[in-house]
Design a protein around this ligand. Structure first.
Ligand code: AMP
Length: 217
């Protein structure tokens, strides 16, 4: 049998820093970031069938249907770069997906580490509405808390920075509502399995990263 895989499932409200932390964890652990939001955005940009299907849900801040999302993640986790596991950013997002994720990863005897990155709602809204992403590499910045060296230009590859459509305030409020209604039950789900660990998301990015790395042992 191949080595046991490690799956880190990042939980937390939109804007808690899951994407930023997943990218840093990818660099330090070599496990790939699997961001369902990024995969949907890639499909949207390339106008694939999947992108067209996902668009209306994403525009409203609602979840894309489970069957489509689960199949997409299943395919992604079969790619060779996931041979040692993955850092899950934005999946699972409800109990049906969590159950499916358990079934997908069970044959690998996967070790799950589930950090919950805590952040107050007000701070969430401030963070998301100031968030900017690179069009080419997806790096994430904040106009005040984590600005690029040159305004609107990515430090990494010089790409243009843009604001995600669903990062506008009206959509952010619905995304928070969807989080509390559908995603927050996962806190109890993973707590009961003994794999949940809370992390303070309000401290600087490097401190959150240290706390996450400490959890991974
Ligand atoms: P994110 O980048 O994680 O904030 O995701 C952006 C949007 O993509 C969400 O508001 C959903 O519309 C969709 N999405 C991302 N992950 C999932 C998921 N696991 N299940 C359903 N929809 C998702």
């Amino acid at each position: 049998m191949s080595e046991v895989r490690t799956y880190v499932v990042l939980l937390g409200v939109p804007g808690a820093g899951k994407g930023t932390q997943a990218k840093l964890l990818e660099q330090s652990t070599g496990l790939p970031q699997v961001s369902t939001g990024d995969i949907f955005r890639y499909n949207l940009k390339n106008q694939t069938e999947l992108g067209k299907l996902a668009k209306s849900y994403m525009d409203r801040g609602d979840l894309v249907p489970d069957d489509v999302t689960i199949r997409m993640v299943e395919d992604r986790l079969q790619q060779p770069d996931c041979a040692r596991g993955a850092i899950m950013d934005g999946f699972p997002r409800n109990l049906v997906q969590a159950d499916a994720f358990d079934k997908i990863t069970a044959p690998d005897g996967g070790v799950h580490v589930v950090p919950l990155i805590n952040l107050e709602d007000d701070e969430t809204i401030r963070r998301i509405t100031g968030r900017r992403s690179c069009r080419t590499c997806g790096a994430v910045y904040h106009v005040v808390f984590n600005p690029p060296k040159i305004e609107n230009v990515c430090d990494i590859d010089g790409g243009e920075l843009y604001q995600r459509d669903d990062d506008k305030e009206e959509t952010v409020r619905n995304r928070l509502f969807v989080y509390y209604k559908q995603t927050s039950p996962l806190i109890g789900y993973y707590f009961a399995k003994g794999v949940l660990a809370e992390v303070d998301g309000s401290v600087p990015i490097t401190e959150v990263q240290q706390a996450l790395l400490a959890l991974m042992g």
